[in-house]
Design a protein around this ligand. Structure first.
Ligand code: SAH
Ligand code: SF4
Length: 359
């Protein structure tokens, strides 16, 4: 069976052409499938019956199954999704006053092995398909429903869940196209953010094939420290990364890069690190998102004191750089940054989850 969630509009149109259907039918189906969050061909009554019957014989609309859903005290919701062969991924919805952000995963595990990241410590399992990436919006949309004004609740998407989006380039780009398509989720490019650890060639490809807002995980003011906590820096060092950011901005829908910077107690959170950082980014229009480290089991790092976080922010602010401290959301359900799949890794709970996955 062909899973239609794997197709962006041009891929769906090409498939329809193959089966002798007109392009406008592909748009119709896209709308039903994504905007309408409909997975049942029989319920798509505005689509010709003959087409529905044809599709039923060879296609399906199959999002990943929900293994578990958690609701945090602060309203954050997390879904654990089964992607087969004992692999689970997580999707997190963060409601705020004027927006609702969905944090989406792109890989089961991650190969890049950043020292402070729970997903990285889990190792790499596999790339998610387009259906599994966009299926996270599908599942969340269905669960969240619509507002009283009949609007969808997800207004922003960040690819900041498990995995490195740009290491799963083709499937991620197809999923991005569906998010942006008027017949898909209709999100603005400025409200869809790809977060990368800094894969330079793929950043350039993204700027050409599907530019969105970009967040770059910086986390260190110099190559010495970055080499130690992010092995990818040995391949793509900071000077090249800064140039790649500047290049990206020529095509980006926003006029700044968001730099994510985890504060690790005693490692990269001192005033001299902030000073050094100012020098590093001086030619790149940017904002900073400071993320106090979220601890997980067996991690060697500690969260900094609140005072050093504020001091770090003030040094950037005084220089005229907007720097915000990321509020930790959903940490009571292990949904905060870098905590995703912590539970799958945890041996005692793993058995429970794997049992469910194999059912
Ligand atoms: N692979 C991509 C996107 C997923 S990680 C990337 O690295 O950018 C999303 C963000 O969470 C990244 O900025 C990442 O560095 C951060 N993160 C990872 N582990 C964390 C932890 N333990 N505490 C806080 N943030 C963490
Ligand atoms: Fe992978 Fe991002 Fe975690 Fe690094 S921080 S291991 S790139 S998911």
């Amino acid at each position: 069976m062909i899973n239609l969630l794997n197709f962006d509009l041009s891929q769906l149109t090409a498939y329809f052409e193959q089966i002798g259907e007109k392009p406008f039918r592909a748009k119709q189906l896209m709308r039903q499938m994504h905007l309408g969050a409909c997975g049942d061909f029989d319920a798509m009554t505005d689509i010709a019956k003959s087409l529905r019957e044809k599709l039923k014989t060879q296609c399906e609309i199959r999002p990943p199954d929900i293994v578990r859903e958690h609701l945090s005290a602060d309203g954050t919701r997390k879904w654990l999704l089964n992607v087969g062969q004992g692999n689970a991924i997580e999707t997190v919805f963060i409601p705020e006053e004027n927006r609702g952000t969905l944090c989406v995963s792109t890989q089961a595990g991650c190969a890049l092995d950043c020292a402070f990241c729970s997903t990285g410590k889990q190792g790499f399992n596999r790339n998610l398909t387009t259906a599994e990436i966009i299926g996270q919006l599908w599942v969340a949309n269905q669960a969240l429903g619509v507002t009283p004004k009949n609007e969808r609740v997800i207004s922003n998407v960040v690819l900041m869940g498990m995995g490195e989006p740009l290491a799963n380039f083709d499937n991620t780009v197809s999923a991005l196209k569906i998010m942006l398509d008027d017949h898909g989720y209709g999100l603005s490019r400025r409200r869809v953010t790809v977060s990368t650890s800094g894969l330079i060639p793929q950043m350039e490809r993204l700027s050409q094939e599907c530019p969105t807002a970009l967040a770059v995980s910086l986390h260190a003011p110099n190559d010495d420290i970055r080499n130690q906590i992010m092995p990818i820096n040995q391949k793509y060092p900071l000077k090249d990364l800064m140039n790649a950011c500047l290049k990206y901005l020529q095509f980006a829908p926003r006029d700044f890069i968001t730099f994510e910077y985890i504060l690790l107690n005693g490692v990269n959170d001192q005033p001299q690190h902030a000073q050094e950082l100012l020098d590093l980014v001086k030619s790149v229009p940017c904002k900073f998102n400071l993320i106090p480290f979220n601890p997980f089991a067996n991690s060697p790092f500690r969260q900094p004191e609140r005072d050093s976080v504020l001091r770090f922010r003030d040094i950037l602010n005084d220089f005229g750089i907007v720097a915000t401290i990321r509020k930790t959301r959903g940490d009571d359900i292990a949904a905060a940054c870098g905590q995703l799949a912590g539970q799958v890794k945890d041996k005692t709970r793993r058995t429970v989850i794997v049992d469910k996955l194999q059912k």
